[in-house]
Design a protein around this ligand. Structure first.
Ligand code: GLN
Length: 502
């Protein structure tokens, strides 16, 4: 028997609006799952009381026959670097642990205006510095398929919240891969929009020239809905673009897909190479034209990123001085001790490493050799993508060189951790949109993802391609939406939403 038991979010909110199911029971189910999966350490804090209160308000509105939003009653998880007065925004750091925000991030405002309900704040690498969520002050998050492995990062908690089906979507930020890499490690969709598509207002800054707000979802349709809701110009963020998302021609007739032939293949795990080759073959069979690209400047991207980003990090983190926000050391007696001790206790080792590198590359005597040179190489990378997009419409590449690695394996070796970002950071340097799609699994059951990259403002087209290329791109790891007798054909997990929906 085939039953469609796991609707997308549009379907969920329609079921709520038509009183098939109440917002309260939907939120309760999400909170119960959050408790059930506690040992994965997905959340830094839960928002149970507020969430249930808001759900009851939505149910009451529906009972009175009032109009509700496009996400009415849909529970979601918020990465812990989005400011809102609900709970504390810690960015998974000690220095912000006491912070109660008086303001709400624009993206959060837009989601809440449509009736979405935040059930908790997700764990992340402190200040989003990292690729595994092991740099969190509160301890690491586990991978959704193997508890001994990393969730990826920095938005590890958000990716696992969606992968374990605690919530249908979660927010993330992507400065150099923090949405796409954990999405790929956990078999979900993760989208980093064109730089400036969604307002960064109210998001704890990492590197202002590459930070992007985006999402994790279980399917591309939900991603499209979230983009329609959240994209747009914001007077509080002068880098936002006028809304292009809904007006862009989204579907392309016979898109040409580029693959990069001069990536260092030996550095890429054989299972990821296999997945890429298989998908390219399937795309060819489905009639897509495949174009081989040579992109030699991409080999500079990692070095450029780890100069430009720490430079911006050192500037953005200078505001955390123990005076204005959050934690202040109780042992400090003089002003300079307040600064020194608060920052010394409050930041994690990786935060400090970036502050040191950033100040070094910006200091007189080194600025020309490092920062200026990196900016020139960044321009080369931007130009190289522009040339590539004259030959193809999208580029398909791995997201990271390896599937989820073991907890503890790389955290004490920063350079090997940075190497994990080699395929995700060039996209941020060029401000391009890119979507992680789950494409399969390793023999041990670890998730594999690939990313579709497009030119600036091709966001809707990328998401349309993910829907359109359907089976040729989507692997068995994508959470199945059609269930046989209530059992997910791929993972053999009982659909956790089944009880409420039937
Ligand atoms: N892993 C990358 C870094 O540590 C990217 C982080 C991010 O996108 N926030 O810089």
């Amino acid at each position: 028997m085939l039953r469609l038991l796991k609707p997308n979010m549009k379907g969920m909110s329609m079921q709520i609006a038509s009183k098939d199911i109440s917002a309260v029971s939907m939120v309760k189910a999400a909170l119960e799952k959050a408790e059930k999966y506690q040992d994965y350490h997905v959340f830094v804090s839960l928002n149970s009381e507020n969430a249930l209160k808001k759900a009851a308000e939505i149910d009451a509105k529906i009972a009175r026959g009032e109009k509700v939003g496009r996400l009415a009653g849909v529970p979601y998880a918020l990465k812990d670097n989005f400011l809102s007065p609900e709970g504390k925004t810690t960015a998974s750091s000690k220095i912000l642990e006491p912070l109660e925000s008086p303001i709400t991030a624009t993206a959060v405002k837009k989601l809440e205006a449509e009736g979405a309900i935040m059930i908790g704040r997700t764990n992340m690498d402190s200040f989003a510095h990292g690729s595994s969520t092991e740099n969190s002050y509160f301890g690491p998050t586990s991978n959704s398929k193997d508890k001994a492995r990393v969730a990826g990062g920095s938005s590890g908690g958000s990716a696992v919240a969606v992968a374990l089906d605690i919530v249908p979507f979660a927010t993330g930020t992507d400065t150099g891969g923090s949405i796409r890499q954990p999405a790929s490690f956990n078999g979900v969709y993760g989208f980093k929009p064109t730089y400036g598509t969604i307002s960064r207002y109210g998001v704890v800054a990492m590197a202002s020239s590459t930070d992007c707000v985006g999402f994790f979802t279980q399917n591309p349709e939900d991603m499209d809905l979230l983009m329609q809701i959240c994209a747009g110009q914001d007077s509080y963020d002068m880098t936002t673009l006028p809304d292009f998302y809904t007006t862009t021609q989204s579907r392309q007739d016979s898109p040409r897909i580029g693959i990069i032939k001069d990536f260092d293949n030996d550095a890429v795990h054989p299972e990821i190479r296999r997945a890429l080759t298989e998908k390219v073959d399937e795309l060819k069979k489905a009639g897509y034209e495949i174009v081989e690209l040579s992109m030699p400047a991409l080999k500079y991207a990692l070095a450029v990123y780890y100069i430009v980003v720490p430079a911006e990090v050192s500037s953005n983190l200078s505001r955390h001085d123990g005076i204005r926000y959050g934690y202040r050391s109780a042992e400090a007696e003089t002003l300079s001790e307040v600064y020194g001790k608060s920052r010394s206790d409050g930041f994690m080792p990786e935060n400090k490493r970036r502050i040191m590198i950033g100040n070094f590359v910006l200091s007189s005597g080194f600025y020309d050799a490092y920062y200026l040179k990196a900016q020139k190489a960044r321009t080369l990378i931007i130009q190289e993508y522009a040339k590539a997009f004259e030959k193809c419409d999208f580029i398909l590449t791995p997201v990271s060189p390896n599937p989820a690695f073991k907890l503890g394996e790389k955290v004490n070796d920063p350079v090997s951790m940075y190497m994990e970002d080699v395929m995700s950071v060039p996209i941020n340097l060029a401000g391009l949109p890119s979507l992680t799609i789950p494409v399969g699994k390793t023999p041990e059951g670890l998730d594999l993802g690939l990313q579709i990259i497009g030119p600036r403002r091709s966001d809707a087209a990328i998401i349309a391609l993910a829907m359109q290329a359907g089976d040729a791109l989507r692997g068995p790891a994508a959470p199945a939406r059609i269930l046989r007798d209530g059992v997910d054909g791929d993972t053999k997990r009982q659909d956790p939403r089944e009880e409420e929906v039937k």
